[in-house]
Design a protein around this ligand. Structure first.
Ligand SMILES: Cc1cc2nc3c(=O)[nH]c(=O)nc-3n(C[C@H](O)[C@H](O)[C@H](O)COP(=O)(O)OP(=O)(O)OC[C@H]3O[C@@H](n4cnc5c(N)ncnc54)[C@H](O)[C@@H]3O)c2cc1C
Length: 468
């Protein structure tokens, strides 16, 4: 079995380590942040400092796909999450279904779309405990990787990674080095410093700003409609949390300076109160101020250029490979899918660096890439819409298929299930619209004007809400 080094002990680094350790590889995780004090999971929210993960206390939702993969590959994790206070969420619960849907009966397969979720520190605490107990896995915290070490090439002229050097000067050797250093991973610079061709890298600011407040209360708010609802100049996201908590997020274009007023709690509450399906989510005790996050980068990297690996002995997983604006709450689910792909390719090719690099690239592109590209397309369309609304310009025409899916999902039980599968990373839009019942429903909407959501707040009302 091989020696594997994982740089970065966030959720995806730890899940990857657990899967590879269970396959018998000798896995070491190097995590830059120091170990937290020993604590109960629920204290992690208050006391676990994670400067290496800027979004640590930002809203996080798991999804059905996360649960499906973890039940298959990391058995016991769902129960561990529940033990730490995470909760079941069922978007098909009959009380949550849109009122216009007449067929409200449960169906075979609905159970698979339920998922367990909680706040990020609590989820990560459960994942860290699982990895700590996994066979063949060693986690070293407080160790920052500084650069890659290379050795004899597996492909002539292409650097081959044989280990890493830490900031303390320690050299650690491995057969495979995995980059799980998240969205700010410096690995591309390290690869170029190792003498490689430049990997493909695309990066741009997603241009969204997030305003989030967490609440606690004895009764979780009843969900009326979707978790994520576009409201014109902003979108509202309501997420269930662990241990009687939940969060409300308003996100908007970061170009819209007037929206910065949402940092003020009174303004935040005024705007949420104007959202009829979400206002009751304010009925709890606030446990944080309004938390702001902006400057979230969309970034994608590829390590095979013109059909040739730029480096071997190296693989990037999770956010270190690609990350997007997180409004759809998919990073952990797509990352876990990517970890599964990595583990599968390692089963076939870990002893053959060239075959490993080529196949990992191909499988990443075909299985994981579509989730990234769909998200980027949706984000660009939404930000263009928000900016046009703010400037009082005509709103760009929405993607007609997605617009019809959105309308039809509030009327039809088949389309609703398809939309949930898309949101939960279980299916891609192209798969859902190809289903005969969905296609027939969408065809019914051909030629009919799609009326906008009557609850949307226009710019004049928004200005009044922001101004008090
Ligand atoms: C505002 C916001 C909200 C989000 N909401 C959701 C959501 O609702 N649902 C969802 O699924 N996803 C969400 N995401 C995305 C999610 O946070 C990421 O997809 C996820 O954290 C990726 O996990 P990771 O393990 O790949 O990287 P990270 O969690 O970023 O972990 C990287 C780790 O690498 C360590 N590290 C960095 N450099 C070094 C080094 N040189 N040496 C050693 N260690 C190093 C860091 O300390 C860190 O622990 C959100 C993201 C943001 C920004």
């Amino acid at each position: 079995m091989s020696k594997v080094l994982i740089c970065g002990g966030g959720v995806i680094g730890l899940c990857t380590a657990t899967m590879l350790g269970r396959d018998g590889h000798c896995v070491t995780v190097l995590e830059a942040d120091p170990a937290g004090q020993t604590m109960a999971a629920v204290d992690g929210w208050n006391s676990w400092e994670r400067p290496g993960v800027a979004q640590f206390r930002q809203p996080h939702n798991l999804s059905s796909r996360f649960r499906m993969i973890s039940d298959q590959e990391l058995p016991g994790l769902t129960d561990d999450l529940l033990r730490t206070g995470c909760v079941w969420v069922d978007y098909l619960d009959s009380r949550s279904l849109p009122p216009a849907i007449t067929d409200r009966a449960p169906r075979p397969g609905d159970e698979a779309l339920r998922f367990v979720t909680g706040r990020r520190p609590i989820v990560e605490w459960a994942v860290a405990a699982m990895a700590q107990a996994a066979p063949n896995v060693t986690i070293r915290r407080g160790i920052r990787v500084r650069e890659l070490i290379t050795g004899a090439s597996a492909i002539p002229g292409v650097p081959h990674v044989t280990g890493v050097r830490t900031t303390s000067g320690e050299e650690i050797r491995a057969d495979l080095v995995i980059d799980a250093m998240g969205r700010r991973s410096p690995a591309c610079e390290w690869i170029i410093s190792a003498g490689s061709r430049s990997p493909i890298e695309e990066a741009e600011d997603s241009n969204f700003a997030y305003f989030t407040r967490y609440f606690s209360g004895h009764q979780r708010p009843r969900r009326m409609g979707r978790a994520l609802t576009p409201m014109g100049l902003f979108s509202i996201l309501t997420l269930d949390g662990d241990n009687d908590t939940w969060s409300i997020t308003l996100y908007t274009s970061s170009k819209n300076k007037a929206m910065r007023a949402l940092r003020d709690t009174a303004t935040f509450h005024r705007v949420v109160s104007a959202c009829p399906r979400q206002a009751h989510w304010l009925d709890g005790e606030p446990i944080t101020p309004v938390l702001l996050m902006a400057g979230v980068i969309d970034r994608y990297r590829r390590f095979v250029v013109d059909g040739q690996p730029v480096i071997t002995g190296f693989a990037a997983v999770g956010d270190a490979w690609a990350c997007t604006n997180p409004s759809a709450g998919r990073g952990l689910s797509v990352g876990l899918l990517h970890a599964q792909v990595l583990r599968n390719v390692a089963r076939r090719h870990i002893d053959d660096p060239e075959a490993f690099s080529r196949e990992y690239d191909a499988e990443t592109e075909s299985q994981v890439g579509p989730f990234y590209r769909n998200q980027i397309a949706a984000d660009r369309a939404r930000i263009a819409e928000m900016n046009a609304l703010e400037e009082g310009m005509p709103v760009p025409a929405p993607n007609p298929v997605m617009a019809k899916l959105l309308v039809a999902s509030s009327q039809d039980a088949d389309v609703l299930r398809g939309m949930i599968e898309i949101a939960m990373c279980v299916a891609l839009p192209q798969d859902v619209i190809a289903r005969p019942r969905v296609a027939a429903k969408l065809a019914e909407l051909d030629g009919y004007p799609l009326s906008p959501d009557p609850n949307i707040i226009d710019r004049y009302r928004m200005a009044a809400l922001l101004g008090g």
